[in-house]
Design a protein around this ligand. Sequence first.
Ligand SMILES: Nc1ncnc2c1ncn2[C@@H]1O[C@H](COP(=O)(O)OP(=O)(O)OP(=O)(O)O)[C@@H](O)[C@H]1O
Ligand SMILES: [Mg+2]
Length: 143
Amino acid sequence: MQYIIKNIQDWNEIIKKIKKFIKPNNFLFLSGELGTGKTAFTKLLLKSFGVENNVTSPSFVILNTYFANGLTINHMDAYRLNFNEDMALYDELFDSSFNIIEWPDNVVINNANPKNTIKMKITLSEDNEIRIVNIESTDFEIF
Ligand SMILES: Nc1ncnc2c1ncn2[C@@H]1O[C@H](COP(=O)(O)OP(=O)(O)OP(=O)(O)O)[C@@H](O)[C@H]1O
Ligand SMILES: [Mg+2]
């Protein structure tokens, strides 16, 4: 599924759909080059789900955790991690939470599988005016 995002409001359609997927042990993989809007999108998604804290980029802390609607939500930035990273600690955290992962290709997420994972890729157009968002999902009731 492909969406064209011209301004920040255009994310609302995707957010509305992804909210149905915010459940324990589900994953949202966000890929795309630096500055394409992975964190900006996460902020909007979490705000609309009821997260009241200010959502910040987890680039320096690797993982931020939020609570809303009785659910724990992890937001990971794996930019500085790599395949050698020992993920055991994270796997334990992911187990009972909804997990948003930026730069998912850098790491091995053991709990993630095609059924519990939506993959979203953001590509900025050459003139930086629009974002092309490609979404891969096996949950056909959502996408
Ligand atoms: N329609 C839009 N969607 C998302 N971000 C937008 C949009 N329009 C402008 N922006 C701006 O683009 C920037 C995207 O930066 P952001 O930190 O979200 O990127 P990122 O993909 O998380 O990068 P990184 O890989 O470094 O973590 C933000 O400053 C955001 O405000
Ligand atoms: Mg980011």
